[in-house]
Design a binder for this molecule. Sequence first.
Ligand code: M6R
Length: 352
Amino acid sequence: GKSGYDHYMLKEIHEQPRALRQCLQGRVDEFGGEVILDELSDLDPEAVQFVACGTSYHAALYGAQLFRSIGIPAQAFIASEYATSVPPIENDLVIGVTQSGETADTLSALREARHRGAKTLAVTNVVGSTAARECDEALYIRAGPEIGVAATKTFASQLITLSLLTLHLNGSEDDREVIAGLRDLPSNVQAILDDTNAREIAEEYHDSDAYFFIGRGLHHPVALEGALKFKEISYEHAEGFPAGELKHGPLALVTENTPVFAVVTGDGEQARKTIGNVKEVEARDAPVIAVTDGVSDVERYADHVLEIPESTPRTAALLANVQLQLVSYHAAALLGRPIDKPRNLAKSVTVE
Ligand code: M6R
């Protein structure tokens, strides 16, 4: 059942600390500063291609950035587009990210990759799923069952699993700090759940013309995911953009009636540039909601703040996403939408 929550989605958002603990369990040797993934054989890819759909594609975009950060060329493809122009494959690992393991578009991209000689890996939640059976290797995200059509805890667990995968393959000195960030993640998610103002933000803005989400680097997939979640359960128009793209077109849509959610953490180059983009929308009188750890001065340009604990960049992305899940949930609840079963959508999409 829903354990006292009004919807499975809210229950599953609240299950994230536990899901993440399960995912990390026994895989991290903190003393040695190492990640051990017993279920994998020796992988040594020269390059990685990801194939995935929807929310899982956003996780793939995040995973591809992590691989590139350890010097392994990596690209994320929307599974249904992969076969229209298959990239060259040479000692590449093709990773299908699919929580159900049954998504037709993803299965067919994986089959195509295999057919062309790639080694394939399924990153999935379901033991014995088609993706897990058909791929050479399977890595489980261990999120537990997810009933709501909107993917929430499975997305968080996908991000962490991909993080573990790159740590497992890389094994460098800098890993200790990253591993400490992962260890703190479940309690940091809990801190957000205990103290969020997402509902107030939803109350103030659930009657807007459209909703925009912006972020750079690892926060780009978070912006895309924030918008996907928002549109699928609230039925309101929402779009996510890489922060730098705003001025190349979408800025024309920004008005005082289009709240902009900007994900900004740390105070490095990326934060500084995104703050520049925030100033551009602020100058058009759009309400700005900054999702931030408070390290930069983005709050000066924002109407509201959704706060997250300070952490490493890769975990900050996941934390910011939790705040955005909550905003979507509360907006949809205020609008009276059937949150767990949005119209026209299915939990597992088994047609191409
Ligand atoms: O089971 P999968 O991860 O392969 O599903 C892919 C998408 O259909 C899925 O992520 C979808 O976008 C989400 N349910 C949206 O919340």
